[in-house]
Design a protein around this ligand. Structure first.
Ligand code: ZN
Ligand code: CU
Length: 486
């Protein structure tokens, strides 16, 4: 029996799911100086604030493995859409698009527009971006990737070709700068126009500085439909040539002819994991969301407009209805609505479930925090996995669900000292009710906080309680290389 101690925060009698996939156990959790100070029977100990967690799950705060919150962290620093789900860390800079480095004068092409970057908020270097995040902390922690499309926009005169030697050297220098500043790695989005003309060789060369830093290569692959297997091969090759871990973003099999293909992609991924470091994430919905595209393949299913710069009044409406009203084709209507974002129903629920249930799949929202009608994944991803898929559908036990949002993700992104509940770790903690946790965000009403999330603690500070933001902004910038070594 240890001597009674005093804590800032004492979470009493909760059921701990520690983020390692170990079976749950009953314990008290004491928090002091931003850290988990004790886990066990702490009866007789005292605290400034006591949380009664009887009948509740106490888990590490969730990591959103895939976000586009680069700019939101600064302009919507309370990050309610994430915090209210139990998310305490977001990974930004995905799909090849990052907020830095960019020059003020640059005209940004889609999909860089999805970040919602005002012209006066551009960061001339990755270091300047991280400095701004540190100077004005948000309510969640952040780990950041530098985007290959951003670097192309920054260094190339024309984007409709592969980069030449000088341009590759310029991009390499930016990757080096980002890694030294504390980036977790490089993301690419060869699916998108600004990077679709980049060759595999270009990405390998641009990514050279990653090898020495053990940075990650994170990819929105060139193809997630007919040629998804070729795209996986390209991804693995990049990882092998640079000898670095790769992360496949929002894995899916898109379009009717490809329904069921996850039965082939997942064994291929598993096989490759025997030889090299591969990770993947997934969001728990059968619809995706990205920039408004006018190519037929993207428009063959149901399409909902999420935001449109020239036609903001069309947000939340079906593309079919807009096209009918304007008496034009779907493609023409889509062109008129650009730039903007849309929701595409192009996946099979069976693939979504198979990918989510795959052992190594992390949870990432891919939420886009702009406009009034975002995809509901922005607010609902984590409670949807905990409530709908784990509890109601029974896809996997709650211990596994939590692990996919915490321990697994921290391991893959090299985030140390948090994301599992352990003495000495940073106190990112969520307390929730396993019986009632659920997503309430829908396509019709997407901006809805989850049900069943009792409280969320970020670096030992209470940030969300009883459905309310405390106003705390205790998020930190998480770097792959420890600050002392940078
Ligand atoms: Zn993407
Ligand atoms: Cu994305």
């Amino acid at each position: 029996m240890t001597q009674p101690q005093h804590y800032e925060l004492l979470i009493r009698d909760g059921t701990v799911i520690d983020g390692t996939r170990a079976p749950r156990f009953t314990a008290d959790v004491g928090v002091r100086a931003g850290q988990v100070a004790a886990i066990g029977d702490l009866s007789g100990h005292s605290a400034d604030e006591i949380i009664d967690a009887r009948g509740r799950i106490v888990a590490p705060g969730f990591i959103d493995a895939h976000t586009h919150d680069d700019e939101a962290l600064l302009s919507q620093a309370d990050m309610t859409f994430k915090l209210s789900q139990g998310v305490t860390t977001v990974i930004v800079g995905n799909c090849g698009i990052s907020a830095a480095p960019l020059r003020p004068a640059l005209d940004l092409p889609m999909p860089l527009t999805l970040l919602g970057l005002p012209p006066d908020r551009r960061f001339p270097s990755f270091a300047a971006y991280l400095k701004a995040l540190r100077a004005a902390p948000s309510s969640v922690n952040v780990g950041a990737l530098v985007g290959h499309s951003t670097l192309r926009v920054m260094t190339m005169a024309a984007l409709d070709r592969a980069a030449n030697g000088d341009e590759i050297r310029a991009m390499q220098a930016w990757v080096q700068e980002a890694m030294e500043a504390g980036a977790l790695g490089l993301s690419a989005g060869t699916f998108y126009p600004p990077a679709s003309h980049a060759s595999t060789e270009e990405i390998i060369e641009v990514g050279r500085p990653l090898s020495a830093h053990k940075g990650l290569y994170v990819t929105h692959m060139r193809d997630e439909s007919d040629k998804v297997l070729e795209a996986l091969e390209e991804t693995f090759r990049i990882g092998r040539e640079l000898a670095i871990p790769v992360v496949i973003s929002h894995h899916k099999a898109m379009g009717k002819p490809n329904f069921g293909k996850s039965a082939i992609t997942l064994p291929f991924i598993r096989e490759t994991m025997q030889h090299q470091c591969v990770a993947l994430d997934c969001y728990p919905y059968d619809a995706g969301s990205t920039m408004i595209r006018s190519d037929r393949g993207m428009l063959e299913g149901r399409v909902l407009i999420a935001s449109s710069t020239p036609h903001p009044e069309c947000a939340g409406r079906e593309l079919d209805a807009i096209a009918a009203e304007w008496q034009v084709s779907k493609e023409q209507a889509a062109q008129r609505l650009q730039p903007g974002s849309a929701i595409y129903f192009l996946m099979d629920e069976n693939d979504v479930r198979r990918i989510l249930a795959f052992d190594e799949t992390m949870i990432g929202s891919d939420g886009i925090p702009v406009g009034d009608s975002p995809h509901p994944r922005l607010w609902g991803t984590f409670p949807r996995v905990l409530g709908h898929y784990s509890r109601d559908v029974g896809l996997f036990p709650l211990e596994t669900a939590v692990w996919k949002m915490t321990g697994l993700t921290a391991r893959n992104f090299g985030l140390q000292g948090r994301s599992t509940l352990k003495v000495g770790h940073h106190a990112d903690v969520v307390v929730f009710d396993a019986a009632t946790v659920r997503d309430t965000a829908t396509y019709a009403a997407p901006a809805q906080a989850a049900a069943g999330i009792d409280c969320v603690i970020v670096n030992g500070v209470m940030a969300w309680r009883h459905g309310r933001h405390s106003g705390a902004r205790s998020g930190q910038v998480l770097t792959r290389t420890p600050a002392s070594a940078a």
